[in-house]
Design a protein around this ligand. Structure first.
Ligand code: SF4
Length: 370
């Protein structure tokens, strides 16, 4: 790791790793902490943080990569819509390469489908304005972090009277996924909670984690110091027999969240049951358009009968997303499945656990084990 100032400072990281080592030793048993968010996973691998931890502290990657948890049925529906004459699919880049049951948007684009990469819903709106004779379908995928921006786009479309802008909502919510993992009997000793999501929702929606399951949790930023500090906070809670939701990322996240963003989000969307890759159907874990905005829902505009959807053959992303399998335990990892020829979404996505392992586990560790 380069010696950077502030939240990436190498000597501070080493100091924190020393505290973690002492706390773990005093605890006297191995612990497993889950980093829920794909951005945390990438940071942990990029900065070699696993190598800095004592062997008693085990990190598990969770289901916080939006592209990865999007189920094959959603991809299949997007692919079928892309085949309809006069349709433009507008999507974030990672989604294009995610395999569906029989094809991918990338393959359909090569066959002539109009699939365009955008960086925000506003990019999709612009395409709709410039192509009034076409129907533009925006693939709205992401967690609570991106949903308010999509809600703003939906409000703008209605305000402008855009009749050719639609969204296919694949939004998912983080707290219900954590509840599902815990209810299924997860043996996680503590959670590193996603900083960006928590800036929007605050810490309140996670209170069930300590209260109902007796597990500590810390809202965490994305720099090395943030992550190590949060690990130390988790270990401190354990050694003091406390179970709380604490905020390490207090330069951005507040207990109450961002009330304006939440107001916009829930003006447009409502919580609904949602299918997750690897986790199945989870109540109140998805966002659907509310009644007043349902005319913009792509599912209602195109009458498509989908056949059964299935995972890519041999891909074990579901288990990776539940934290019960390390990517290297998948028989395809690094052989038939690489970032250049990805078989599953966990290798496609820039936040995917398989991609993180492939990219960084092969490089020398930036810092030695503490
Ligand atoms: S290595 Fe590839 S095939 Fe295996 S679980 Fe990861 S994405 Fe799926």
């Amino acid at each position: 790791m380069k010696s950077l100032s502030g939240y990436s400072d190498a000597s501070l990281c080493k100091k924190l790793a020393g505290y973690i080592k002492r706390l773990a030793k005093d605890l006297g048993r191995p612990v497993s902490f889950m980093e829920v968010c794909g951005t945390h996973t990438m940071a942990i691998f990029r900065f070699g943080l696993r190598q800095m931890l004592p062997s008693e502290v085990h990190l598990i990657s969770g289901p916080g990569c939006p592209v990865c948890v999007t189920p094959p049925s959603y991809i299949d529906l997007a692919i079928e819509i892309s085949k309809i004459d006069g349709v433009i699919i507008a999507t974030f880049g990672d989604m294009v390469r995610v395999p569906g049951t029989h094809s991918s948007l990338e393959k359909e684009k090569a066959r002539g489908a109009d699939v365009r990469v955008v960086y925000s819903p506003l990019g999709a709106l612009e395409i709709a304005r410039k192509n009034p004779e076409k129907r533009v379908v925006f693939l709205a995928v992401g967690f609570e972090t991106t949903a308010p921006t999509v809600a703003a786009g939906v409000l703008r479309a209605r305000q402008e009277g855009l009749k050719n802008f639609h969204i296919l909502s694949g939004h998912r919510l983080i707290p219900p996924a954590i509840r599902a993992l815990l209810a299924a009997g997860s043996n996680v000793d503590g959670f590193l909670l996603p900083g960006h999501v928590s800036v929007i929702i605050g810490s309140g929606p996670y209170e069930f984690i300590p209260k109902e399951f007796g597990v500590p949790a810390v809202v965490t930023g994305f720099e090395p110091v943030d992550i190590l500090l949060a690990l130390r906070m988790l270990l401190s809670q354990m050694s003091e027999d406390r179970q709380e939701v604490e905020i390490e990322y207090n330069r951005a996240a507040r207990p109450e969240g961002n009330e304006k963003a939440l107001e916009m989000l829930y003006k447009v969307f409502e919580a609904d049951e949602g299918q997750w890759r690897g986790l199945g159907r989870i109540p109140e874990s998805a966002l659907s358009l509310k009644h007043d905005f349902r005319f913009l829902a792509a599912e209602g505009v195109f009458d498509i009968a989908l056949g059964p959807s299935r995972e890519p053959s041999g891909c074990r992303c579901g288990e990776v997303l539940r934290g019960v399998l390390e990517p290297e335990e998948c028989g395809l990892f690094g052989t038939s499945c690489t970032p250049q020829h990805a078989i599953g979404p966990c290798m496609v996505s820039s936040e995917g656990t398989c991609a993180a392992h492939y990219k960084y586990e092969r490089s020398p560790a930036p810092l030695e084990r503490a």
